[in-house]
Design a protein around this ligand. Structure first.
Ligand SMILES: *Cc1c(COP(=O)(O)O)cnc(C)c1O
Length: 349
C-alpha cells in the first residue's frame, strides 16, 4: 500500500486503498453518532441489509492534492457535500450535515495524506459512501444508515500518458430517464451502466456515450464523466456542453471548467447537440476537439467515436490544444500553482 508500489506497477484505478476509514451511523431515534476514525478493515453485515437488496446506496468522489507549498488541500468539498445530500434525499435517506462531511474529509486527509507526495500525477481520491444498514426485507426505506469515508491513491485514471479515448454510442440503453436518478450519484446508476460499458469494450472502446432517453439522439455525457466539444469558427473558440437536463450528473469539474474556460477567453455554451451533429461538425472541421471531464479522469481527450456502422475521428485524433489548455488550467488550481479567487481549494491544517 505504498506509493512506490503504485510507481513501479501502476495498479488499477481504485485498487490502492489507504490505511484509514471514517465511520458514523444514523438511526431515527438518535440521529448521527459521532464519526470515528479507525484502520480500514472489513466489517460484518447482516445478509438482510436493505442497502444490499434494494440499492439504497449513494456515494461521492473528490480529491485532495499536494500543494506547491507542501500542504494538502481538497478541491471544492462543499459542492460534494451538497450533492451527497441531494443524492441521499432522492433515495429517501438522511442527509449527512455539511460540517460532518467536511470533518470526515479533513480526518481522512490528515490520516492518510502522507501517502502522496508532490508528483502531479498522484492525488488522494476520497470516497464518501452512505448505505442503508438496517436488516429488514420489507420494501421500505431503511431506519438505519452507515456513512463511511475511505480513500485511495489515484494515479492517472487512464494511465500516466494522456491517451485519447475511443468512445461508443449507446443507442438502445440510456443510463437515465426524466424523473429518475440520473442527476444524483446513487449506486444503481452505475450497475445499470456496466452492460453498455462491456459492449463498448467489446467494440474496442473505453467509454460509453450516453444519449437522452426520450429521442435517443442528444448527447448527454460520457461514462462517469461530463463531455465538452470544442468548436472553432474562424479564430473563435467555443466550448459546448449539454445543459443540465435532469438526466445527467452535474459534475463539479464541468462547473469549474465552464468558469476556467471563460477566463481563458473561450466562449462557453450549454447547448443540446445530437450524435449526427457531432459527426457532421467533426467531418466539416468545425468540431476540432472533444474531451471528457470528472474528478477521477480530470480532463481526457476523446479521439474517436464509434456509433454502430459509423466511426469518426475528432480533429487529429490526438489531444487538442484547447483541451490541453483547460486541463493545465485545472491542474494549476488543484496544485495551488495559481491564485484561487473562488476559494475552491479547502486547505487542511
Ligand atoms: C461523478 C460523475 C461525473 C463527474 O462529476 P465530478 O463532480 O466532476 O467528478 C459525471 N458523470 C457521472 C455519471 C458521474 O457519476
Amino acid at each position: 500500500m505504498t506509493v512506490e508500489l503504485q510507481r513501479t506497477a501502476p495498479a488499477e484505478h481504485g485498487a490502492v486503498f489507504t490505511d484509514h476509514l471514517v465511520t458514523a451511523t444514523w438511526t431515527g431515534d438518535r440521529g448521527w453518532s459521532p464519526a470515528r476514525t479507525g484502520p480500514l478493515a472489513d466489517f460484518a453485515m447482516h445478509p438482510g441489509m436493505i442497502g444490499l437488496h434494494y440499492g439504497q446506496v449513494v456515494f461521492e468522489g473528490l480529491k485532495a492534492h499536494r500543494q506547491a507549498d507542501g500542504s494538502m488541500a481538497v478541491f471544492r468539498p462543499r459542492e460534494n457535500a451538497r450533492r451527497f445530500q441531494r443524492s441521499a434525499a432522492r433515495l429517501a435517506m438522511p442527509e449527512v450535515p455539511e460540517e460532518m462531511f467536511l470533518a470526515a474529509v479533513e480526518e481522512i486527509v490528515a490520516a492518510d495524506g502522507h501517502l502522496i507526495d508532490d508528483d502531479p500525477d498522484i492525488s488522494l481520491y476520497l470516497r464518501p459512501l452512505l448505505f442503508a444498514s438496517e436488516a429488514n426485507l420489507m420494501l421500505r426505506p431503511s431506519r438505519e444508515y452507515t456513512f463511511m469515508m475511505m480513500a485511495f491513491v489515484a494515479g492517472g485514471f487512464f494511465g500516466h500518458v494522456l491517451e485519447p479515448v475511443r468512445v461508443w454510442v449507446s443507442r438502445d440503453q440510456p443510463r437515465a430517464f426524466p424523473g429518475g436518478t440520473g442527476d444524483v450519484k446513487c449506486a444503481a446508476n452505475y450497475a445499470g451502466a456496466f452492460h453498455a460499458q462491456r459492449r463498448a469494450q467489446e467494440a474496442g472502446c473505453q467509454q460509453v456515450v450516453w444519449l437522452d432517453s426520450v429521442e435517443h439522439r442528444y448527447v448527454e455525457e460520457l461514462g462517469g464523466m461530463n463531455l465538452f466539444l470544442v468548436r472553432r469558427i474562424g479564430d473563435d473558440v467555443e466550448l459546448v456542453t449539454s445543459p443540465l437536463t435532469g438526466t445527467l450528473l452535474p459534475g463539479v469539474t464541468r462547473d469549474t471548467l465552464c468558469t476556467l474556460a471563460a477566463r481563458l477567453g473561450y466562449r462557453v455554451r450549454e447547448e443540446r447537440f445530437t450524435v449526427e451533429q457531432w459527426r457532421d461538425e467533426a467531418a466539416a472541421g468545425v468540431v476540432t476537439e472533444a474531451f471528457a471531464c470528472g474528478t477521477a479522469a480530470v480532463v481526457t481527450p476523446v479521439g474517436q467515436v464509434h456509433d454502430g456502422g459509423a466511426e469518426w475521428t475528432i480533429g487529429t485524433g490526438g489531444p487538442g490544444e484547447v483541451t490541453m489548455r483547460v486541463r493545465e488550467a485545472l491542474l494549476d488550481v488543484h496544485k495551488g500553482r495559481v491564485p484561487d479567487p473562488d476559494g475552491w481549494m479547502h486547505h487542511i491544517r
